[in-house]
Design a protein around this ligand. Structure first.
Ligand code: SF4
Length: 212
């Protein structure tokens, strides 16, 4: 079976996953990319994504795709060429505090890790873009974002090795992207992603200056 067939079979199985016992209208959110060489890993879908069935379809997605546009790839092309995964694939529901979405529990993260591992093995991405703390912690030891954003790293994972360029979470709830010299670090990360995407033939190199 080719990697393309493997990924299609994987997505069919993922679509049926009910391991975490979410309400029946909460389904795993799937990527549209079919022959990707780039993987982006987010945290978890929100209510908007659940309603529309697409990853990063809400406000955070608007910011993320603006960053990718600055990296030289428009949203439609990005959805086609970048496999969008997440630490967990189902909307975890609102936070008990009433502010934002609930952070997926450790049990949910552990249950869902098998899907990410399988995708890493099938896709063996050349470029990996972990977005936000939960996703970054899947590939890096705990450390301040300032030491990660704006840099590229060789990381090893279930599917081998990839160049990883982390991004902060694009949610409006994240204040990191507006503090101190963080806009400059973010612009540097976007610029590097642009160069890597261009080298892979899926972007025009971008023109990031100030990203936040
Ligand atoms: S969060 Fe992941 S493991 Fe849990 S039901 Fe959804 S797809 Fe399955």
């Amino acid at each position: 079976m080719s990697a393309h067939d493997d990924l299609r079979a994987h997505c069919r199985a993922l679509a049926e996953c009910r391991l975490c016992g979410h309400p029946s209208d909460v389904r795993p959110i799937l990527s549209e990319a079919v022959r990707p060489r780039v993987m982006l890993v987010g945290q978890a879908p929100g209510k908007v994504e659940t309603a529309g069935g697409k990853p990063f379809a809400g406000r955070a997605g608007k910011t993320l795709f603006r960053w990718l546009e600055q990296a030289g790839i428009d949203e439609a092309t990005a959805r086609q060429h970048i496999y969008i995964a997440a630490v967990t694939r189902c909307f975890p529901g609102p936070s008990p505090s009433g502010r934002g979405d609930r952070v997926p529990s450790r049990e949910e993260q552990d249950a869902c890790a098998q899907w990410l591992e399988r995708e890493l093995k099938i896709i063996r991405p050349t470029l990996l873009i972990p977005v936000g703390k939960l996703a970054i912690e899947r590939f890096f030891p705990a450390m301040p974002l300032d030491r990660l954003i704006g840099r590229a790293f060789d990381v090893e994972h279930a599917g081998g090795a990839s160049l990883a360029i982390p991004l902060p979470h694009p949610s409006g709830a994240s204040s990191w992207i507006h503090q101190g010299d963080h806009p400059r670090l973010l612009a540097r990360a976007i610029s590097r992603i642009g160069r890597e995407l261009k080298a892979l033939g899926v972007g025009n190199g971008g023109k990031a200056k100030s990203a936040a």
